[in-house]
Design a protein around this ligand. Structure first.
Ligand code: ZN
Length: 253
């Protein structure tokens, strides 16, 4: 537009543009945050004591994954609704008084969206997303909503004191094989350098559209999905103050 030319040539505007870009780039106002409770190493050791209430966790995000006090099932947060998938397969909305020993949430604001209509597996979908990402050194929130021809989820049974290590508890997991199911995978891709704090790579939990099925996703095959991805450049870890955490030999070797 010819009328805009004088403005483009304004020295003031030339000064302003880099300043505004710098403010956008260096400020924290528009940066997504991953808020995490405890560390993966602590959970691996069997520190399943709830450290933060769901009421407090809900204030830190509307999208995420985790577990519950005593490792009582899988936590999934989607659109501000928090769900618990127990090892008997039941799914329920969670009240604010429930507590979590380990969770990761963000306020989901996608930067990119793509549609896939291929019979692709978890490794194929994650390889495609990996190719698209600008860097493997950032966190990403990933939401995959659509139809899955196959999806295997799991949940773990409530544990009792003295708590066994996570590997022992997972050996008691219940598998839920689903076929031709519609729902949403909620998850994160974390950089390799967070090892010990969180799980490097992808970690997804699933909730069906009817909110009757879900769990920690072990494998899946998509057929038609929409994938939304948010870049996360800020990470915040809330540490438990219970004695098992305070005296735990962290990090794990
Ligand atoms: Zn999980």
């Amino acid at each position: 537009m010819p009328r805009s030319l004088p403005f483009r040539r304004s020295p003031l505007l030339f000064l302003l543009i880099p300043t505004l870009l710098l403010a956008e780039d260096q400020g924290l106002e528009h940066v997504n945050t991953l808020f995490q409770v405890s560390t993966l190493d602590a959970l691996s050791l069997g520190i399943y004591q709830g450290a933060l209430s769901l009421r407090a966790l809900e204030r830190q995000g509307d999208f995420g994954v985790g577990t519950f006090d005593s490792l009582d099932g899988e936590l999934i947060a989607l659109d501000g609704r928090f769900f618990q998938v127990r090892s008997d397969g039941t799914v329920s909305r969670v009240a604010g008084d429930a507590t979590t020993p380990f969770a990761a949430v963000t306020t989901f604001k996608p930067d990119w969206r793509l549609t896939l209509q291929q019979p692709w597996s978890y490794p194929q979908v994650s390889a495609l997303i990996d190719q698209m990402l600008p860097s493997k050194n950032l966190f990403y929130a990933v939401k995959i909503k659509g139809t899955f021809t196959d999806l295997t989820a799991r949940s773990v049974p409530r544990q009792f004191l003295p708590f066994p290590p996570l590997a022992t508890a997972i050996s008691q997991q219940t598998l839920f094989p689903f076929h031709n199911i519609s729902g949403t995978l909620v998850g994160f891709r974390s950089p390799a350098f967070v090892k010990g704090i969180n799980q490097p790579g992808y970690h997804f939990h699933f909730i069906s559209d009817d909110q009757h099925s879900g769990g920690h996703a072990l494998s899946f095959q998509i057929i038609q999905v929409v994938i939304e991805i948010a870049v996360i450049r800020q990470h915040s870890t809330f540490l438990p103050d219970n004695q098992p955490f305070l005296s735990a030999p962290l990090p794990l070797p």
